[in-house]
Every structure is written in structure tokens, then in C-alpha cells.
Design a protein around this ligand. Structure first.
Ligand code: ZN
Length: 203
């Protein structure tokens, strides 16, 4: 199982970090060891002084495939939830400055938190899925899948040109504006269409 993440998929978030709007999906990966298992505490990593949350819609792959055409892409995922792409922003900024890969900032242990999955039903409008994120009960991020630069289907098609998709793979689809710092003691909660699917405390 692997975790594939899309960066800069919402114009408002690209702007807040001073990044350009990409002309193709920005892809990075997290290893299996990045997955925060359910009911496992999340500990603030010792190597960063600026840990950020990024709340994102996460897709679950249900079919193996490669070179998937966009018009067939919806057959390849059947579950959706909200997740947190934890990012050591100070380390990422350093990596970016030096032109180095982002793994130390993005792919560390437990950096991928995922909520409870909801089945994708045929009547679900995948271009209008609302999600939101609270820090200490204050709303800090709000997103809608309709605002993504690259849709779920185009992401799947693009990724599969480079990486085989396998059953159980997870795809983080990018974060909207409002990313920010979290510190020890913060309560983080993510919602899909108003339903709380992920809740954790930074320890
Ligand atoms: Zn992200």
C-alpha cells in the first residue's frame, strides 16, 4: 500500500504559500509507515518547530490499474474521507530553498492521518463535496471538491501514467487555503459534509 499526495490543487492554497498554479498535478508520496493507525496517538515530531495541518479529501483505491483513462477513472476508487497531511513547514521551506525533495517534511512516521471512509455512491456529486477542519473547535479550513484545479478523475489518470495503482492505495487530493500551525495539546477534527470522521489530539 502506498500514499500518493497531490500538492497545490486549490488556487487559494497555492496563493497563500506563494506558489504558482501548476499546469499538471504536483505529486509526492508517503510510505506505508506514514499512515497514522486508528486509535494511535499523534505525537509532535521532535525535528520540527513548525508543524502544519493540511486537511484534504482522501480517496481509497479499489482496483489495480495503470494508464487509466480519465473517463474510466471513477471505477478505480470507491471510498472517500478527510485526512490530514501533516507537514513540517520549516523543513519543507528549507528543502524548497535548496531544491531538495520534500520527504523529510512530508513523509515522516504518522504524517498521514485518515478518517473513517464513506462509500462513494453513484448519486454522489463528486464535483460538489464539502469538507471542513476545526482546530480547538474553531473552523480554520473549508473546502469543496468543485474548487480543485484537477478533479479526482484527472488525478487518477495522471498518477497512473507514472505509478501503478493498487487496491488499498490512498490518494490525498490537496488542501484548500487556511493551513496553519498546530502545537501540543491542539484538538484537530475534520468533517465531510458536516459529519465528523477524524478527530485527534496532538500529544
Ligand atoms: Zn497536502
Amino acid at each position: 500500500m502506498k500514499i500518493i499526495c497531490i500538492g497545490r490543487n486549490y488556487p487559494d492554497h497555492a496563493a497563500e504559500l506563494g506558489n504558482e498554479i501548476p499546469d499538471e498535478p504536483v505529486i509526492f508520496m508517503k510510505p506505508k509507515s506514514a499512515l497514522l493507525q486508528a486509535h494511535t496517538p499523534f505525537y509532535y515530531p521532535e525535528f520540527t518547530n513548525e508543524l502544519h495541518y493540511e486537511c484534504e479529501l482522501v480517496l481509497r483505491v479499489c482496483k489495480n490499474g495503470k494508464y487509466i483513462q480519465e473517463r474510466h477513472a471513477s471505477n478505480y476508487y470507491n471510498g472517500i474521507t478527510v485526512g490530514i497531511d501533516f507537514t513540517a513547514r520549516d523543513i519543507q521551506d528549507e528543502c524548497k530553498k535548496k531544491g531538495l525533495p520534500w520527504e523529510k517534511a512530508k513523509a515522516f512516521d504518522n504524517s498521514a492521518a485518515v478518517g473513517k471512509f464513506v462509500d462513494i455512491t453513484p448519486d454522489m456529486n463528486k464535483k460538489n463535496i464539502n469538507f471542513s477542519f476545526n482546530k480547538n473547535s474553531e473552523p480554520v479550513q473549508q473546502g469543496n471538491s468543485g474548487k480543485m484545479i484537477f478533479s479526482f478523475d484527472s488525478i487518477i489518470a495522471h498518477i497512473s501514467n507514472y505509478f501503478s495503482l493498487n487496491i488499498g492505495d490512498l490518494i490525498f487530493t490537496g488542501t484548500p487555503a487556511g493551513v496553519g500551525e498546530c502545537v501540543v495539546g491542539d484538538e484537530l477534527e475534520a468533517f465531510l459534509e458536516g459529519a465528523s470522521l477524524l478527530k485527534l489530539e496532538v500529544k
